[in-house]
Design a protein around this ligand. Structure first.
Ligand SMILES: Nc1nc2c(ncn2[C@@H]2O[C@H](COP(=O)(O)OP(=O)(O)OP(=O)(O)O)[C@@H](O)[C@H]2O)c(=O)[nH]1
Length: 477
């Protein structure tokens, strides 16, 4: 039970929906079954009971005619005036009466037999079967009575009293059995009609009860879903607000949401005044969903701002890590990365070259003009070289007054020409008011199986030779 209570809302709703749908299915199946049964009972009443009632009224009528006929026989017998014509008329009437009653009884028997055979009779089958037997006996009795009556007519008038007695006896027996049969049929049809009515009433009552129950379950389910939905929304809102609080006030530990509902002890959330103090306006939402949407939007804005700031900080840190502070060009760290990439590409056949650039007699610049002027000279030199680099070239400050130029996709001869251009550019540069300087360049191009050390060693050797040869020149290894 407890497990069920702790199950997720979805499972609870699914469970309740399943119960409701099963219940509705049972109601529908029960209604279909009952309607079918009532329909059959109505058919039984229409096909069996109504014809039976009609037939027994006819038999009643024939019974009365039979009594009258007997009374007339008595009368004629007493008067002793019966001629042949009257006798023939009487025989004819008795014959008709016998035939009619016989046919009516046969009809009764046929109605019940057909009903039983076609399974139309569903209520009190046993009583119907017993009726069939009784009717059968009655037909035999009625036949024998009419035979006897005709024999008596032949002996009229002045029939001895001893012959009347058996006829009266048979008539009384026929009357008794006939009345008994008719009474039984009447009672049976009435019972069937009452049972049928009773069942219809019960059906209506049960159906109404089931319908009301289904409505109740449906209502409960709807209210439960709404309530669960609101509770969940409350939890989410609480968590979002806690998260917002923790973003705005990182030092404050976020309050854990209460597992069984919105926390009543969480004053940060429940008090509008405090919420305002914390930077959140009290809720002015039309419903829980719009409130939740607003809270989520606020939080997303905050996160997006935070992420943007973080990106900017990361970008700034990256620039600091790869840029020389004095000259604004790439530093040694970046140089290591770029040379490594150039070496990787060189293994696929792409040529590249490196130049080591060193200011001539830079110590004198510092000594004669001061360190600050020396810095400015380094800055102007770096900018001038940068401005005149080709698109595939990068410049780096390796340290002190030493620079390196990486010439991607540039072979030996092109690199030498470009180095000479740069050297003469610095020699011809208008340095005033700064002191004029020249540069020496040592260069080398990638040769298999160079690595960063071997390549730089050759360039450094070339630079040394350029210095040794009198400076302000390019040397190549
Ligand atoms: N202003 C300034 N001077 C620096 C900086 N870094 C290194 N230096 C100076 O650069 C000078 C380098 O001098 P040396 O390496 O002896 O050589 P040089 O005087 O340039 O002579 P050659 O290279 O042989 O032509 C030193 O005096 C360093 O103090 C810097 O960032 N700013």
């Amino acid at each position: 039970m407890l497990k069920w209570l702790n199950a997720s809302m979805t499972r609870k709703i699914s469970g309740l929906s399943f119960v409701l749908l099963s219940f509705l299915l049972i109601v529908i199946l029960y209604s279909v079954y009952k309607l079918q049964s009532i329909n059959q009972e109505m058919r039984e009443v229409a096909d069996i009971d109504i014809p039976l009632t009609d037939t027994i009224s006819q038999i009643d009528k024939y019974q009365l005619q039979q009594d009258l006929l007997l009374a007339r026989l008595h009368e004629l017998d007493a008067q002793a005036t019966l001629d042949h014509e009257q006798q023939a008329r009487l025989i004819g009437r008795i014959g008709r009466h016998t035939l009619d009653t016989h046919e009516a009884l046969a009809q009764l028997e046929s109605i019940i037999q057909t009903g039983l055979h076609r399974r139309r009779i569903r209520l009190d089958i046993k009583a119907h079967r017993s009726l069939v037997q009784q009717i059968h006996q009655l037909r035999r009795l009625q036949q024998s009575y009419s035979d006897q009556t005709i024999r008596i007519i032949d002996q009229l008038p002045a029939l001895p009293k001893t012959l009347w007695a058996p006829l009266h006896q048979q008539e009384a027996e026929l009357d008794r059995q006939m009345s008994q049969l008719l009474a039984q049929i009447e009672t049976l049809t009435q019972t069937i009609a009452t049972t049928s009515e009773h069942q219809e009433r019960n059906f209506m009552l049960i159906n109404a009860t089931l319908g009301i129950s289904a409505l109740g379950i449906g209502l409960y389910l709807t209210l439960y879903i709404i309530q669960s939905f609101r509770t969940r929304l409350g939890h989410i809102q609480t968590q979002i607000k806690n998260l917002q609080n923790s973003l705005h006030h990182p030092a404050t530990k976020p309050t854990q949401p209460h597992l069984d509902g919105p926390s009543k002890t969480n004053s940060t959330i429940s008090s509008p005044v405090q919420a305002q103090q914390n930077g959140f306006a009290p809720p002015r939402h039309q419903d829980e969903l719009s409130g939740l949407e607003q809270d989520l939007r606020q939080m997303l804005n905050h996160w997006s701002e935070t992420l943007q700031n973080r990106d900017q900080v990361e970008q700034h840190l990256l620039t600091l890590a790869t840029t020389d502070q004095l000259t604004g060009i790439f530093n040694r760290h970046k140089w290591d990365e770029q040379i490594s990439q150039a070496l990787d590409r060189a293994t696929t056949g792409e040529p590249f070259s490196v130049l080591l650039v060193d200011v001539d007699y830079f110590k004198q610049v510092n000594d004669q003009h001061g360190h600050d002027v020396g810095d400015q000279v380094l800055y102007v030199l770096a900018q001038t070289l940068s401005e005149h680099l080709l698109q595939q070239c990068r410049i780096f400050r390796l340290g002190g007054e030493e620079f390196a130029i990486l010439m991607l996709n540039t072979d030996d001869s092109a690199a030498q020409k470009r180095a000479e251009t740069l050297r003469s550019l610095i020699e011809a540069h208008q340095w005033a008011p700064l002191p004029s300087i020249t540069i020496s360049i040592g260069g080398s191009s990638y040769q298999k199986p160079d690595n960063a050390q071997s390549l730089l060693k050759r360039a450094d050797q070339a630079l040394y030779e350029a210095k040794k040869a009198g400076r302000n020149q390019v040397s190549w290894h």
